[in-house]
Design a protein around this ligand. Structure first.
Ligand code: GDP
Length: 195
């Protein structure tokens, strides 16, 4: 995918603010600090479009990025902050659920996990929850540059087993440092979004 234009569009707090132009959407989920902002920046070849290291718990919005006028990235707020209150967590869940349930332009969900560590209980819950909506999913293992190449198969196997991923769900290794996985991920996105 040749990036001709990318722009931040809106931090949407609810459905009334979601774009209505029908352009395909790819959603990104993952715990905070997994490398979601870095991945968005790397995919779009922008240094600082997606804010890196967002403020804990403050981002109860869906952040829309428009690419070449033909695709949206929809950045979910990171999960997994210990300090987030029960009511904030519930508001988060409601917002995401509402989005996943009724969002026609949504073509693909990317769930990010850290290649270095087995997926957490929250990652597992998130994966189960996302699977439930029967939207095509791809798991992206981030920070691949931090694991030696010889260890990749072992770590990938642990991710597949811990999440209970069936063979047909793709698992892509990614590094925002080296750009590894970028082309593969773009192919997956373009195929799913039919662009
Ligand atoms: P977010 O909270 O999920 O948006 O995570 P960030 O993109 O802010 O990344 C969290 C931290 O991990 C930052 O210090 C990044 O520089 C670092 N990081 C993110 N992706 C990578 C990667 O692929 N390789 C390495 N080595 N560090 C990364």
């Amino acid at each position: 995918m040749k990036i001709k234009q990318s722009e931040f569009v809106i931090s949407a707090v609810g459905p009334s603010q979601y774009p209505e132009d029908g352009i395909p959407e790819v959603a990104l989920a993952g715990r905070s600090n997994v490398g979601k902002s870095s991945l968005i920046n790397k995919m779009l070849l922008r240094r600082n479009l997606a804010r890196t290291s967002q403020q804990p718990g403050k981002t109860q919005t869906l952040n829309y990025y428009k690419i070449n006028g033909e695709l949206y990235f929809v950045d979910f707020p990171g999960y997994g902050y210990a300090k987030v209150s029960k009511s904030e967590r519930e508001a988060w869940g409601k917002m995401i659920e509402r989005y996943l349930r009724g969002r026609d332009p949504l073509k693909l969900v990317l769930q990010l996990v850290d290649l270095r560590h087995p997926p957490s209980a929250e990652d597992q819950r998130m994966y189960q929850w996302l699977s439930h909506y029967e939207i095509p999913m791809t798991v992206v293992a981030t920070k691949a540059d931090k694991v030696s190449r010889s260890q990749w198969p072992k770590h990938m196997k642990i991710i597949r087993q811990t999440l209970g991923m069936p063979g047909h769900v793709p698992l892509i290794l990614f590094s925002s440092e080296t750009g590894q996985g970028r082309d593969e991920l773009w192919s997956m996105i373009m195929q799913s979004a039919e662009i």
